[in-house]
Design a protein around this ligand. Structure first.
Ligand code: ADP
Length: 172
């Protein structure tokens, strides 16, 4: 596990994970950044997946894969985080599912390097320390039981998030 502070759209990894919304049609935050950096191909593939497999939208906790368009990463794994709502509506389990289902797609597609943003920690309001603890726990568990991916990078934008991940990684 690695920690990098910066823009996830610039990461030279096999796949980056997008904190998408259930429409799969783009949005703000990291979702908007990925679609604008990656170009129309990603959106076209998302529209196709939405129309053929998820006409009601991608449920929270699930993940799908597209190409990376013009991104350095060849693939984008789109997952829908839970919206934080008191923490008693299954949010921790849904967030854990986001990480596990994204990791599963990386394993199935033989993607050796993967980068995650802090899923749900922006617009969706999940408390950052609790989200980082889930992220680090799930990734460690997966890496301990699978040979691919080999390296998972947590990408944080701001200093506060970096400190929170440093602590979560130190505690595990
Ligand atoms: P969500 O709707 O799942 O909460 P957001 O995109 O609002 O998703 O935020 C998720 C996290 O991604 C936030 O911690 C935010 O600071 C971070 N973020 C936003 N843009 C980028 C980026 N380009 N690279 C890495 N992290 C980003």
């Amino acid at each position: 596990m690695r920690l990098v502070q910066g823009d996830i759209t610039r990461q030279p990894v096999a796949a980056i994970v997008n904190a998408a919304n259930s429409s799969l049609l783009g949005g703000g935050g990291v979702d908007g950044a990925i679609h604008s950096a990656g170009g129309a191909k990603i959106l076209e593939e998302c529209q196709q997946i939405r129309a053929t497999r998820y006409p009601q939208g991608l449920p929270a906790g699930e993940a799908v894969i597209t190409s990376g368009g013009r991104l350095p990463a060849a693939h984008v794994i789109h997952t829908v985080g839970p919206e934080w709502n008191s923490g008693h509506k299954g949010e921790p389990e849904l967030l854990a599912s986001c990480y596990r289902n994204s990791l599963r797609l990386a394993t199935e597609n033989n993607l050796k390097t993967l980068a995650f943003p802090g899923i749900s920690t922006g617009i969706y309001g999940y408390p950052k320390p609790a989200a980082a603890a889930v992220a680090v726990r799930e990734v460690r568990q997966w890496l301990g039981t699978h040979t691919v991916p080999t390296t998972v990078t947590f990408v944080v934008f701001d200093d506060e998030s970096r400190r929170i991940y440093e602590q979560a990684l130190a505690e595990i």
